[in-house]
Design a protein around this ligand. Sequence first.
Ligand SMILES: [Zn+2]
Ligand SMILES: [Zn+2]
Length: 368
Amino acid sequence: MKVTAAVVEEQHGPFIVRDVELDEPGPGEVLVRVAATGFCHTDGIARDGDMPFPLPGVLGHEGAGTVAAVGEGVTGLSEGQPVVIGWPWCGQCRNCLDGEPRYCLRLGELVIGGHRLDGPSALRTTEGSPLASHFFGQSSFATHSLTTANALVPIPAGLPVELMGPLACGLATGAGAVFNTARPQPGASLVVYGAGTVGLAAVMAARNTPATTIIAVDRHESRLRLATELGATHVVDASDTDAVQAVTEICGGPADFALECTGVVPVIRQAVDSVGMRGTCLLIGGAPAGAEFSVDHISTLWGKSIVGTLGGSDRSPRLIGALMDLYAAGRFPFDRLVEYFPLERISDAMEASYSGAVVKPVITMPQG
Ligand SMILES: [Zn+2]
Ligand SMILES: [Zn+2]
């Protein structure tokens, strides 16, 4: 079928909005009419080749919309059902069977293979030449996405469908790190490095825990202001302050948890240095491919944990479902981060994301 998509032809190339051919859903597959898709730094990283997704192809991995058609064997989903397109998982490997699908052993193929798991690409140009599909199992910078039924999370009635896509990646990543990995105890202190989508999600999530000190560190004053409005008890402007020293002063010693959401190597060191004995530093932000970091050895022996987390861990229905319920209850107001851009302005959305002007641009798809 003919659909409209933002195609990236080559590394660093622009997003070109054009008609392409998308397959009809086969067994286990679902066609989603996309309402809107969040723009995430990972899309930019893939476009620039730091994540080897084959090009030409279609990116986009924070999609939400309504079910347009289901393939053979799909149960529990019918046409018109609003859904978030969650992370893909194989459902058969050791980690998937263990209830940790974010760590699916076939994640690489699922996320950047450029085709169905064990199958061909679902996208072609109108002239019939191949385009890579299934970026994060969805390639949702398009009016339609062909995905698998096991990735979908139903959206409860009454919630704005076009807002929910970012819950699939950036927001789940930050919130899930707090809920599933940090799990702060009553009175805990927590410092979040980087007040972008992931970091602000962590701040909003921390506000739903018994942690009592929630510190946000960033270089943009506007983001620190937003962090305060969303639940940070303290903010540190890293452009003019030694963040580790500031954290130590605020907490009266090292923090219990540091959440590193920037992926900037010197900031990783600061995050590790912000926690002390039996403290935990969570590595959440993605650094460029091949990046390495070093830490002080002796102070790490002090029972310090340095833990990597991906996508917030957990299963999509539980984590994304909880975040939708918290949003509906006014306890996870992530709409404050969002600004909408129509598909033809996707390049402006990317620029706004890179410049920091908009925390979470969301691309709305032409309807009808
Ligand atoms: Zn798996
Ligand atoms: Zn993402």
